[in-house]
Ligand binder design. Structure first.
Ligand code: EPU
Length: 302
């Protein structure tokens, strides 16, 4: 979708929005897949309700993108404008055991920054790609850690109410890869309460998690992390592996040889290729085990 109306462009400009024309979302997603649209970079939070108001008035459908690391975007010309928060500097401010983190901050850098200031707890999240806002929205987790456990407060743009709200941690439910946020809510900032821990000790934990990840996941290849959620008590990766599906491919979309719940883009995979591979694997798992795997990856179908 393109913003062709000069009046819209002027209104957005007044609100401090940077318009990037014809952005290819393949360049913004870790899968390297996705079509083209106009992108709005938003600096600061206060103008967000007014920006969304402009888009509503001019009937311009929109979606929010974070780090693009858990996202499968359709091919071709996309039917929505994409909104992205610009990262402020600094993006983390510490105050005792509290870390006030901007939603656009990089998760891994936030974990190491806090570690250097002797704040731990999030070692397991090292190596999870994406922004803090994205991690929060879906309660990212790994190696026994989930970000939701440390949330004291969240500043969120509530799309349904069209306003910015501050929510206490206990007003939000964090479950396995699921939260009570609405699908269009935008994570603006979060206050994390982290346990004090010596940097050396945190570093040790970080090294162990990095090592485990390197040995079991296709690091450095284009992927969206795990494609499916684990069914309760089971591992989707193991189930797919047991069916001998590692290496199965549709075009350049391929089930990783290293971890069967990672589907990689080994070249120029399209969204159609990846969706066909997901459907194929889901069907085979359903047939063999009688259960339907649920996507963990967020799919934006045009
Ligand atoms: N396994 C296989 N074959 C495979 C993959 C896994 O046999 O191809 C076996 C492993 O040997 C292990 C078991 O399955 O015995 C579980 O595997 P793993 O430890 O890799 O964990 P997982 O359940 O597959 C989850 C998360 C990952 C997270 C890891 C580490 C989900 C869907 N996945 O994977 O998160 O990094 O644990 O904590 O919850 C993500 O969310 O994108 C993600 C990658």
């Amino acid at each position: 979708m393109r913003i062709s109306d000069k009046q819209v462009e002027a209104e957005l400009g007044k609100l401090g929005v940077e318009l990037r024309r014809g952005v290819c979302l393949a360049e913004l997603t870790s899968l390297g897949i996705g079509g083209t649209t106009d992108l709005l970079r938003i600096k600061g939070h206060d103008a967000i309700p007014a920006i969304l108001d402009v888009l509503d008035r001019h009937r311009l459908p929109h979606r929010f993108v974070g780090g693009g690391s858990n996202l499968l975007v359709d091919d071709g010309e996309l039917p929505w404008i994409v909104l992205q928060l610009a990262r402020p500097d600094p993006d983390v401010v510490l105050e005792g055991n509290l870390a006030r983190v901007d939603g656009a901050a990089d998760l891994g850098r936030t974990v190491t920054f806090c570690a250097k200031h002797n704040l731990g707890g999030m070692e397991g999240l090292i190596g999870v790609p994406g922004t803090v806002g994205g991690a929060l929205r879906m309660n990212a987790g790994a190696y026994g850690t989930q970000i939701g456990s440390y949330v004291r407060e969240v500043k969120v743009y509530r799309a349904a109410e069209r306003r910015i709200e501050i929510l206490r941690g206990d007003q939000i439910s964090f479950e396995y890869r699921r939260t009570s946020f609405g699908p269009d809510d935008m994570m603006l900032a979060v206050t994390l309460e982290l346990p004090s821990k010596a940097y050396k000790e945190i570093l040790q934990g970080i090294r162990i998690c990095n090592e485990k990840r390197r040995s079991s996941q296709p690091i450095g290849q284009k992927s969206a992390g795990c494609i499916f959620k684990n069914p309760p008590g089971l591992s989707a990766g193991r189930m797919i592996d047991e069916l001998g599906l590692k290496g199965l491919s549709v075009g350049d979309a391929r089930v990783s040889e290293r971890h069967a719940n990672f589907f990689v883009n080994s070249g120029n995979a399209s969204a159609a290729d990846m969706l066909a591979l997901i459907a194929d694997v889901r069907g085979r798992v359903q047939e063999a085990y009688g259960l339907e795997l649920e996507n963990e990856v967020v799919v934006w179908n045009a």
